[in-house]
Design a protein around this ligand. Structure first.
Ligand code: MN
Length: 424
């Protein structure tokens, strides 16, 4: 059945929020990174025009109205005007950063833009040729009181009813009857939750900004048929994509073997993406006996440079941000027996590794004014996390106390040392 109503749902454009998590930016990526939020957002409006949707739902955090960013406001205005030309409405509810009431007074929003900034839920009908075809219930962001399903309660209607809001909602409570679609913003990761009579959707941000926002990002295209059935499509719009890459290697890996493996992985990344620049953070997780050679900074720097030369320059789409060799699972057992500060340290670590009842008491290292939830979070560490923390702690100590074994001297000589394997 042909769609009788078509809409786009996007949120968290954060036009003026830059990329983070890069310690150095190669010159050929300056412009791509600076423009990525705008390019991603433009895809939202481009699709609205090419699909001739009825309206666009923008669920907050479009830009930061406190910063008074002229480029962001000008961009939004020109996109809104494009949509006005095509008779496409915009329903925009305020988020944490973009109170619609703080839109520059000197620039008038076109008539096709309907804003929701009040903390009270407001209701408008979307009309086509003078006839209402959908009902939109929206409100502004309210940091203090959490909205509940009750705020959106509405009498039953023939009209397809949409709730538009920004915030961290208790999804389980959002089952207000008569609301078919919840167009939510505030979560940068997209998610969809099917409730008995409605669909709750966070569209996510069209462009991930940091390693924490890894993976594909985009927005939603919804189609409602004459029977009122919703079909939802995810549209990828990110120009730059963070993708963590974990590669399993053996401690004794040969560089040419590793390069072969990385080449295969790189080919797969490029094949799996279309026009994105991928920002890869590589972690080499190791198996086997501790090999100091692969933990020399020059070793990982060389591999990183090779990755960048091979796949990252020119118009190639894979930029390797960093390459880390994970803490080893096994260390030479005689280090635990030495009558040195290193030996003392390793024995202390070993006690924590072999006796799970010894608490890490990480909260003792936080400032006293830290919130209670964070403190209690730190006192509850999973087994896997505990092992990882102890391995990393061991590596920090080794960096300071075993520099002569680790980074100094001849690598082959160190490798040749007879050691009994100890699992830590
Ligand atoms: Mn946001």
């Amino acid at each position: 059945m042909a769609a009788t109503l078509k809409f786009i749902h996007a949120s968290d454009l954060h036009l003026d929020r830059p990329m983070s998590g890069l310690t150095e930016i190669p010159t050929h990526l300056y412009e791509v990174l600076a423009n990525a939020p705008y390019e991603a957002a433009k895809k939202v409006f481009d699709l609205a025009v090419s699909e001739r949707v009825d309206f666009v739902l923008l669920a907050g955090d479009l830009y930061n109205s406190e910063l008074g960013n002229a480029r962001a406001a000008a961009f939004l205005l020109s996109q809104f005007e494009r949509l006005a030309d095509k008779d496409i409405n915009v329903y925009w509810c305020g988020g944490e950063t973009d109170h619609p009431d703080r839109w520059p007074a000197a620039i008038e929003l076109p008539d096709n833009v309907v804003t929701f900034s009040s903390r009270i839920v407001e209701e408008v009908n979307h009309e086509r040729e003078g006839e209402p075809v959908a009902r939109i219930m929206g409100c502004g962001y309210d940091a203090k009181s959490r909205r509940t399903a009750g705020d959106f309660s509405a009498p039953s209607s023939e009209l397809f009813t949409i709730a538009l809001a920004h915030g961290d909602f208790d999804i389980q409570s959002l089952k207000a009857e008569n609301v078919k679609y919840w167009a939510l913003g505030g979560n940068h990761k997209a998610s969809k939750h099917d409730r008995t009579s409605s669909t709750v959707v966070y569209s996510g941000t069209p462009q991930g900004r940091s390693p924490k926002e890894s993976g594909a990002h985009g927005f939603k295209l919804g189609r409602i048929d004459a029977a009122g059935k919703l079909r939802l499509q995810t549209v990828e719009s990110d120009r730059v994509r963070w993708l963590p890459q974990k590669v399993a290697i053996s401690e004794g890996v040969e560089v040419h073997t590793l390069k072969k493996e990385l080449t295969e992985r790189a080919a797969k990344i490029v094949a799996d993406t279309t026009d994105q620049i991928v920002l890869a953070r590589w972690t080499l997780a190791t198996e086997g006996m501790f090999n100091p050679a692969i933990r020399k900074r020059e070793w990982s720097e060389q591999i990183l440079e090779w990755l960048r030369d091979e796949f990252g320059r020119g118009d190639k789409g894979l930029w390797s941000v960093s390459l880390d060799v994970a803490a080893p699972k096994q260390l030479p057992s005689d280090w635990y027996e030495e009558d040195t500060i290193l030996g003392e340290f390793m024995r202390a670590i070993g006690r924590y590794q072999s006796d799970d009842s010894l608490r890490l008491n990480l909260h003792e290292y936080t400032p006293t004014n830290v919130e209670g939830t964070l403190t209690s979070g730190m006192s509850q560490v999973s087994q896997a996390r505990r092992e990882e923390i102890l391995r990393r702690a061991a590596m920090v100590g080794i960096d300071y106390l075993a520099a002569h074994k680790h980074y100094g001297g001849d690598v082959d000589e160190v490798q040749g040392t007879e050691t009994v394997e100890a699992t830590i």
